[in-house]
Structure formats: structure tokens, C-alpha cells
Design a protein. Structure first.
Length: 358
């Protein structure tokens, strides 16, 4: 297999050089299972596991391989399996805060060039959810594209497209019906050898159907549509990167119930560029756009120049990021403390072993 067809380029080649000297081979993670991963290599698809040394050296979960990662593999020829010795630096990563109260990063997928944010034009349509996904995508280092599916189930698709255009002024937007196989040709410009695309969106918006259409076969399972709300049944239960017929890779993701931000300062600024530009005229540089005198943002809202819904959602996301930043700082201190405690414990065990004591 030619690795360039699945995204290998000079960036990864340069970062792999030290591992090549060690006799490792490069591979790309396509699935992460409970105790192992599936990787594509020049020799084809193999099962791989992380080494014990890798586990010890990489205390944080964010260092572990995820779908899309390039890794250095020690090949075991006897049973066609391999051991992951290293994860190469990531060009991009799509992260969120893990679901629940724990303050921890969950890297969903790595080294993605383009993120398709898939939303239904039916009753699933939610402009604030699209804003949130846009913030995550912008922060990831990937190029966001909004894909509005189920145009056949919407009475006013043009009206909803206009709503998205108002919040995503510089983001490509495509309207289509995967079920009727209409409009999918507009997505071909993003496909090609070496390109990696990931689909994100709620359960039942048609991500797997879109992938099946692009593959030209029903590879991904899709569920029946509920007549009450035209919503597809959630079928995809694990993350998988799939090779496309004309080259490149596409990642099918399960629908996410919670899409909490992990980091997002720059992403928020990109998605709410209009508000950031207005904020340049606030009287105080540290204005939080609530009750401060001379707030240009609040003034624009009061004059009808800024959508009140967008204003409120901006404040909500900004507050979420600030709260998360505080929690992350606490987590860094806690993780560092646990790390050194672990090292001390390991050192003590080694000393006992050397002296022959129990």
C-alpha cells in the first residue's frame, strides 16, 4: 500500500525519522478497540497494541493513539501483529471535554484535513449546535464545512441555509439529500488522494448514509427513519476511518450527546468574528459584554444590529471556556503531582528489588 494515498507526507516523514532508525514501520490508526487498534501499513492492515514502555512513558490519556494517528510500529512477523512504540506529532486534533463532570480532554480524531459538520434540515436543525461544532472544528486545526442533509424533508431549505450563512460567513455550506442521492456531487471537491475527512453531527442526521453514497455501497449500517420526526435511528457505535475508492480517508463518528468545548478561545473568536470586531470599540479592554458602561457589543444588541440569540450564545460559550480553563489549570497541577508520586513509587520498588528486600 502507498502510504501517501492515506495521508502520509513530508510532515510525518520528518517526524518519523528517529523511529525509522530504530527499525520501526509507520502505520495509521483506523480503529481503536478495547484492548488493541487496527492500523494500515505498507504491508496492509494489522492489529497493534501499545507497548508497556509506551504506557509508562505516557501518563496522560491524550498521548494514547486515536483514530487518524500515525504511529511507529515494531512488527511481529510471526503472527502479523505489531507493537506501538510511538505516536507521531499531530497536525490537527478534534477534541472535546469528556462527557460528565470530569475535566479531561477526549481527542476524538487526529490529523484530519476537513471536518464536515452534518446537520439535518428537518426537525434536527439547531443553529446553536452548529455554532458549537464550528467552534470545535475551528480550534482543531481542520477546515470546517457545513453539510445540511435531508433537504427533501424541509419546506424551506433556503431559509435555513440563510440562517447558517449568517453565522458561518467564511465557511462552505452544502445542502443535499443523501437518501435521494441528490447534491452529493458538491462534496467531491473535498475528496482525493491523501485527504482525510471526518463527519460530525447528532445521531440520525445521515452521516453513515452519506458515507455509503460516497463509497457506492451500503458498508455502514443505517437505521430506519421514524415517521414522527423523520429522524434516523442511531446505528454507528464506534469510530472508524475508511478508505475511499478514489483515494483519501473518511471517518464515521457516532453521534455525540454532549459536545462540550475543551479549548476554544481562538475557535470562538473565529466563529463569532462579528462580535469580536464590535468588541474592539468597547470602552474597556477587559469588557465582558454584560453590564459594563460603554460596551459596544451590548449596545449593538440593543440597537438590533446584533442578533440577541447569537449574543447570548456567545456569552454562554465564553463563560464555558473560562470555567474550563480554571478547571484545566487545577487538573495540570493534580496530574503533575500524581506523575511524580508514580515515579517515586516506581523508584522505591526498583531500589527494593536491587537490595533484595521484600
Amino acid at each position: 500500500m502507498d502510504l501517501e494515498t492515506i495521508g502520509w507526507d513530508l510532515f510525518f516523514e520528518e517526524n518519523f525519522s528517529p523511529y525509522q532508525i530504530q527499525g520501526l514501520v509507520p502505520g495509521r490508526i483506523t480503529q481503536v478497540q478495547r484492548k488493541s487498534c487496527i492500523a494500515l501499513t505498507e504491508m496492509g492492515e494489522i492489529e497493534v497494541k501499545v507497548s508497556g514502555k509506551f504506557r509508562f512513558d505516557n501518563f496522560e490519556k491524550g498521548s494514547y493513539p486515536v483514530v487518524g494517528d500515525w504511529v511507529g510500529i515494531k512488527k511481529e512477523f510471526k503472527d502479523d501483529k505489531g507493537i506501538i512504540q510511538a505516536v507521531l506529532p499531530r497536525r490537527s486534533k478534534f477534541s472535546r471535554k469528556v462527557a460528565g463532570r470530569v475535566t479531561e480532554e477526549q481527542i476524538i480524531v487526529a490529523n484530519v484535513d476537513i471536518v464536515w459538520i452534518v446537520s439535518g434540515l428537518d426537525k434536527d436543525f439547531n443553529i446553536q449546535r452548529i455554532e458549537r461544532y464550528l467552534t470545535l472544528a475551528s480550534e482543531s486545526g481542520s477546515k470546517p464545512v457545513v453539510v445540511l442533509n435531508k433537504s427533501d424533508l424541509c419546506d424551506d431549505p433556503d431559509g435555513r441555509i440563510e440562517q447558517v450563512k449568517r453565522i458561518a460567513t467564511s465557511t462552505p455550506i452544502h445542502s443535499l439529500s443523501a437518501e435521494l442521492n441528490q447534491g452529493l456531487d458538491t462534496l467531491n471537491r473535498y475528496l482525493g488522494e491523501g485527504k482525510t475527512i471526518a463527519l460530525f453531527g447528532s445521531s440520525g442526521v445521515g452521516k453513515s448514509t452519506i458515507i455509503n453514497r460516497l463509497l457506492g455501497m451500503d458498508r455502514q449500517k443505517v437505521g430506519p427513519v421514524r415517521e414522527s420526526d423523520s429522524h434516523g435511528r442511531h446505528i454507528t457505535t464506534y469510530r472508524e476511518m475508511i478508505m475511499l475508492p478514489n483515494g483519501g480517508m473518511i471517518v464515521d463518528n457516532p453521534g455525540m450527546r454532549e459536545i462540550q468545548l475543551w479549548s476554544g478561545g481562538d475557535g470562538l473568536n473565529d466563529v463569532f468574528k462579528d462580535i469580536e470586531e464590535i468588541a474592539q470599540h468597547c470602552r474597556f479592554r477587559d469588557c465582558v459584554h454584560k453590564s459594563e458602561p460603554g460596551c459596544a457589543v451590548k449596545d449593538a444588541r440593543d440597537k438590533g444590529e446584533l442578533d440577541p440569540r447569537r449574543y447570548e450564545h456567545y456569552l454562554k460559550l465564553r463563560k464555558e471556556i473560562e470555567f474550563l480553563s480554571t478547571k484545566q489549570n487545577e487538573m495540570v497541577r493534580s496530574t503533575e503531582k500524581a506523575k511524580w508520586k508514580n515515579i517515586a513509587k516506581y523508584g522505591k520498588a526498583m531500589r527494593k528489588l536491587k537490595t533484595g528486600k521484600d
